[in-house]
Ligand binder design. Structure first.
Ligand code: 0X9
Ligand code: ZN
Length: 426
């Protein structure tokens, strides 16, 4: 692996845009004196990151196997290019990367990175909904559409916030069972992915504003629709609590080593922590002490388990413009041919509608314990992950309208096949 990654790093250096730290790091890997340790984050202007020991790095990675290994080494992959990836990593894990054969081409304390990428919340991004505003919007939608909706809590977060879910079904309310085929849309499982909350909220608003139009009316008359926009409320709130973003991905569990946060999308009981996740509590890809150790994943598990009528699921994330489907946790396609046809066909259709690229999740990297793998494995649900568009977790308010527009169309497609997904495999 070392030789391969070294070749990757050399090719990176030939590319424009790579500066001297990359060269220094490569020299260090080849046996020259090590690059001096970067300055620690400065206190002051970036107090929201005080004590945050993560670095923004770029690391040579040629394929999904390299990327999977990097996730296991604690790298939180945020951006992906053919020859390298970029993302956040704890200083302790960064210090181990060279010994594991990885070549780091850029490295920057998160506070330095933040200086170039920071946007305030909510001043510049007031259109985004924080927790209270999300709850208020869900309550408004429920109050204005009492005949069609009910509001349920899927459970509570580590810090005691409710995971609210709007049920759209005129025939049954609250926890009442329904024989109708069900679809579940969830957002913001990762704290900093605020656009995913907006897409789920936008979908709820769209369906109710157009409840009298023939297509939506048909879904309201035949389906059981659930929308939970904020499924990691503590993480999303922490990300914005200081008024400046913190790039916070995980929930707010206080770990055994006093670090905080478990990656909810590595905490499901499907090949838990077997690939693409870290056992190190400080890592952004920390899978937790056990599968389903977290109340937020327990809540999703209990909801999915209690609703045998569930046929389809969409978990919104950001960013990369992708439509992902199982398997994520192993380097294999779904074994059952009919199921595979359904996944392929739905993925293609939603890819065409959104312009996002459909692929099996493990083609990006192998990462076990995500929502989709578990929901499909445990309950046969056709479960997808959408990585919304953009080039940042904080793409600005203008992107809400475009992302909601195309993803509502894809959601309508998902609803159109929820009654009979296997109709796609005939
Ligand atoms: O890594 C994740 O949890 C998801 N990407 S994100 O940037 N939103 O964190 C992708 C999950 C899909 N699973 C795999 N690609 N294996
Ligand atoms: Zn995510």
């Amino acid at each position: 692996m070392k030789a391969r990654l070294l070749a990757t790093a050399l090719s990176l250096l030939a590319a424009p845009g790579f500066c001297s730290p990359a060269f220094d790091q490569l020299s260090a890997a080849a046996g020259s004196p090590a690059m001096p340790a970067p300055a620690e984050p400065q206190a002051g202007a970036f107090d929201q990151l005080a004590g945050d020991t993560r670095y923004w790095v770029s690391v040579g990675a040629e394929d999904k196997y390299d990327r999977t290994g990097l996730l296991e080494a604690g790298l939180d992959i945020v951006e992906l290019k053919p020859a390298y990836v970029s993302g956040f990593i704890e200083k302790n894990d960064l210090d181990q990367l060279a010994a594991k054969g990885y070549i780091t081409t850029t490295r920057q304390p998160i506070a330095e990175y933040a200086k170039k990428h920071l946007k305030d919340f909510p001043a510049a991004d007031a259109a985004y909904h924080n927790y209270d505003e999300t709850v208020a919007e869900l309550r408004r939608l429920a109050a204005e559409n009492p005949a069609e909706t009910s509001l349920i809590s899927l459970g509570k977060s580590v810090q005691g916030r409710d995971l609210w879910c709007l049920r759209v079904n005129p025939a049954e309310k609250g926890e009442n069972p329904s024989a109708r085929p069900a679809a579940f849309f969830m957002g913001n499982h990762h704290g900093r992915e605020h656009l995913s909350n907006e897409v789920a909220l936008g979908l709820a608003a769209y369906l109710l504003a157009r409840k009298a139009e023939p297509e939506v009316k048909k879904y309201l008359e035949t389906l059981d629709i659930y929308i939970a926009p904020l499924t990691n409320p503590d993480g999303a709130e922490y990300d914005i609590a200081s008024g400046k973003y913190r790039w916070h991905r995980k929930n707010m569990r206080v770990n055994a080593d006093k670090s905080f946060g478990v990656d909810l999308n590595r905490n499901y009981d499907s090949r838990w922590c077997s690939a693409g996740a870290s056992h190190s509590p400080q890592a952004d890809t920390y899978c937790g002490p056990a599968a389903f150790s977290e109340p937020e994943t327990q809540a999703v598990r209990d909801f999915v388990t209690a609703h045998a009528n569930l046929k389809t699921l969409m978990s919104y994330h950001s960013y990369s413009s992708l439509i992902l489907y199982p398997w994520a946790g192993k380097d294999a396609q779904v074994e059952n041919e009919r199921d595979r046809k359904v996944f392929d066909s739905m993925g293609k259709a939603m890819g065409t509608i959104t312009g996002y690229k459909p692929q099996k999740a493990s083609d990006l990297y192998v990462a076990a314990g995500d929502t989709g793998d578990w929901a499909y494995e445990a309950r046969g649900v056709f479960a997808f992950t959408t990585e919304l568009e953009g080039t940042s977790f904080y793409p600005g308010a203008a992107m809400i309208t475009t992302a909601v527009g195309k993803n509502v169309k894809a959601a309508l497609y998902m609803l159109s096949v929820t009654a009979d997904p296997y109709g796609l495999a005939l």
